[in-house]
Design a protein around this ligand. Structure first.
Ligand code: IVH
Length: 699
């Protein structure tokens, strides 16, 4: 058995590299694209395999190995932490009357006379994410997110990167166990700086400090968390061996002494009237704070009373939050600009006469989409009410129709892309049959707003897959204006000769690397039809649909001709397309849009001068495996998963992800797990990779 044969160090290193890269890719698919392509069980099995390999060859462990970056995870992602004391939420008060009622409820519950003063502790409600930090004998041992309140995620390593969180409590008289709770947040200035840097790198820009804090904290790669400036205010506790005080104030003072930050606006108020004053003060100062707050929290100061009051469902009876109302202002809409996102979505942005909204000067607001403009009947020149809530991007709430000037025209949403001039369309949602709310540019490959993303797709592994030309290089060449469209890739060598900024002089390149790159590009001058179609990045055309199209049209000429005729031939090609089993309206619309866009056709003609698209070869139905259902499992060594699948399908086999009684063959790579067991129990024929290859290559 393979497991028992010790690997040579070199083999082990190669296996380690392969597994690590694969798992990293899966992490990306799961966390960044939210699009996992293997099951949790498969992921766990591979992770276990990697751990075993590292246990046998400890020299292979690197800081960025998936086994190290996942922290205490038992499964994919973070480990789970059960909160011994649940993390609750707060009831809301909407105005002062609600607060006074809360005061009366508290007194009634405690049996205190109505005219007696009950002291409340007021604290700003920080707009971040709550976390629970467990200290054992004063040492920070575990930190968790709130999760669903009962169970959170283990983010200890991430929390350790935050300066405000002491790794060791200061002073003596420290309880054996103490869970400090509070809010992780990002300062507004740090958020702005982060976004500026993100924009420069063409990376994700966050909508507000809260999202930035969340995105920074829940990172499998702790280095990312560390590079972001996060902060922490302590305001509550969970499981504790003993409480070092008798009031909320005393505990927070102790927190300070232990080395925590406690919000400076926190204070004792003798009664609710004083608490309301505290609220007004905090609200007045809100705009000058360098962090977002979304209200004020009031807590009964005495802990014995907190204890007696207890909880109703998910919130304490002894606390209430008064949220700030959204801040509004009135101004004039000067213009509506259309921005084109990296996926081609056209987003309208309102340009406003600058106006002060709760201390922030606002001159832009989002209008979301075309439908929103229609629904609110927003017209240029209108007087509008804008609102800035917790989120940083202000919104238009309504139009003051009585102030509309005569002759104000209905806003006509552009039907072409303002960046490249291609048609911009609203697709039909296949389930509801209604038009999508978002209008998108159809000039993916020619549109500057989308160019880099599309180029990255064009060269991705299942598309042109050019060695030495990855996402990083494409970005670099795009910025240097060496590659602006896919055609430029194939003219890179020729154009480099005429360009003064030679690639060989760029950092990371040399004569050898450049000649390798040009050779790799030349190697891809002939390409399979399905890869070619997939590379075009037509909406809804993933690998599967690209194959379907290839299978049905056989050549790129036939496909283009079909949609050329479409111009005169009133939908024949479209109907044919819809008749293909597995192609629905959304896909057909997208294909039609793509091929009837003149700029796309031009690009295709240019591309075809550079590359030869190989005619699709009909599956060999003579093959022994034609019509059979195959499942691949375990880690394949002789071929990649994608390759195995494509090859099997080209022979007319159906490739499935799970084993059932209908499965004809299970091809099991190394360390196959549950699928192999299942196949054996169902009596499905199992094959090694080699046996499978022998079978399909047999004459
Ligand atoms: S006390 C048992 N105090 O608000 C009471 N919460 O709506 C637990 N929050 O999940 C919460 N600032 O994320 C409390 N000074 C503060 C707070 C605060 C922000 C958040 C916290 C909690 C949510 C409840």
């Amino acid at each position: 058995m393979a497991e028992n044969t010790p690997l040579s160090l070199q083999d082990a290193a190669e296996e380690h590299e392969r597994l690590s890269e694969y798992l990293k890719e899966q992490n990306r698919a799961y966390y960044q694209e939210d699009d996992p392509n293997i099951s949790d069980a498969e992921y766990d099995a591979l992770m276990l395999q990697l751990k075993e390999l590292e246990a046998a060859y400890p020299d292979l462990v690197k800081a960025d190995s998936p086994t190290q970056t996942v922290g205490a995870a038992t499964s994919r992602g973070f480990g789970k932490v059960l909160h011994a004391v649940p993390m609750l939420s707060l009831d809301n008060a909407f105005d002062n009357a609600d607060l006074r009622e809360f005061e009366i409820r508290v007194k009634r519950f405690l049996g205190r006379p109505v005219d007696e003063n009950v002291a409340f502790f007021s604290e700003p409600k920080i707009d971040g994410l709550s976390a629970s930090l467990r200290y054992e004998k004063g040492v920070f041992v575990r930190g968790a997110t709130r999760g669903d309140g009962r169970e959170g995620e283990d983010i200890t390593e991430n929390l350790k990167t935050i300066e405000d969180i002491p790794k060791q409590l200061q002073g003596d008289s420290i309880p054996d166990v103490f869970e400090v709770r509070g809010e992780v947040y990002m300062a507004i200035s740090d958020f702005q700086e982060l976004n500026e840097n993100q924009a420069k790198k063409d990376a994700k820009v966050f909508a507000n400090p809260r999202n930035a804090a969340a995105g920074s904290l829940r990172q499998l790669d702790v280095k990312v968390t560390k590079s972001r400036k996060l902060k922490f205010f302590a305001y509550a506790w969970g499981e504790v061996a003993e409480l070092p005080g008798q009031t909320q104030k005393e505990i927070l003072d102790q927190f300070k002494a232990w080395g925590f930050q406690v919000n400076p606006y926190s204070k004792v108020c003798l009664n609710m009237e004083e608490a309301i004053e505290a609220y007004n003060q905090i609200e007045a100062d809100r705009a000058s704070l360098d962090y977002d707050i979304d209200g004020v929290v009031f807590k009964v100061n005495r802990l014995d009373w907190q204890d007696r009051l207890g909880f109703v469902s998910r919130s304490p009876r002894w606390a209430i939050a008064h949220k700030f109302p959204a801040e509004k202002a009135i101004t004039k809409l000067l213009a509506i600009d259309i921005q084109v996102g990296r996926t081609g979505a056209l987003t309208p942005v309102a340009r406003l006469e600058p106006v002060n909204v709760g201390g922030v000067v606002v001159s832009n607001a989002t209008l979301h989409n075309e439908e929103e403009i229609e629904r609110k009947d927003v017209r240029i020149g209108d007087t509008v009410v804008i609102q800035r809530a917790g989120d940083v991007i202000p919104q238009i709430v309504e139009v003051q129709l009585d102030k509309r000037e005569e002759g104000a025209e209905v806003f006509e949403f552009p039907k072409t892309c303002p960046v490249c001039g291609s048609h911009a369309v609203r697709e039909k949602n296949p389930t509801t049959g209604k038009d999508d709310v978002v209008r998108r540019c159809t000039g993916g490959l020619v549109c500057k707003a989308q160019a880099v993303e599309r180029l990255k797709h064009f060269i991705s592994r299942n598309a042109f897959d050019i060695d030495g030309l990855g996402a990083k290089q494409v970005e670099l060449f795009y910025n240097l204006e060496k590659i602006k469209t896919p055609v430029d890739i194939f003219r890179l060598e020729e154009n480099d000769k005429k360009d003064l900024r030679k690639i060989k002089n760029l950092e990371g390149f040399g004569d050898k690397a450049v000649s390798n790159l040009f050779n790799a590009i030349d190697d891809r001058r002939s390409v399979d039809l399905d890869r070619f179609i997939f590379a075009l990045g037509i909406r809804h055309i993933g690998q599967g649909n690209a194959r379907l199209l290839a299978k049905n049209y056989l050549t790129i000429d036939a496909l283009m001709k079909a949609f050329d005729a479409e111009q005169t031939d009133q939908g024949v090609a479209y109907t044919e397309l819809l008749n293909i089993d597995g192609i629905g309206e959304a896909v057909a619309d997208a294909v039609k849009e793509f091929f009837s866009e003149p700029q796309n056709r031009e690009l295709l003609f240019d591309l075809m001068k550079e590359v030869t698209v190989i005619e699709f070869e009909a599956p060999d139905l003579e093959s022994e495996v034609a019509g059979k259902t195959v499942v691949f499992t375990g880690s394949l060594e002789l071929m990649t998963r994608a390759e195995a699948k494509a090859q099997a399908e080209s022979l007319g086999a159906k490739v499935s992800g799970s084993v059932s009684a209908k499965t004809d063959y299970l091809v099991a790579g190394a360390k196959a797990g549950s699928k192999l067991k299942k196949a054996e129990s169902l009596g499905v024929q199992t094959l090694t990779e080699q046996e499978w290859l022998d079978m399909i290559t047999k004459d």
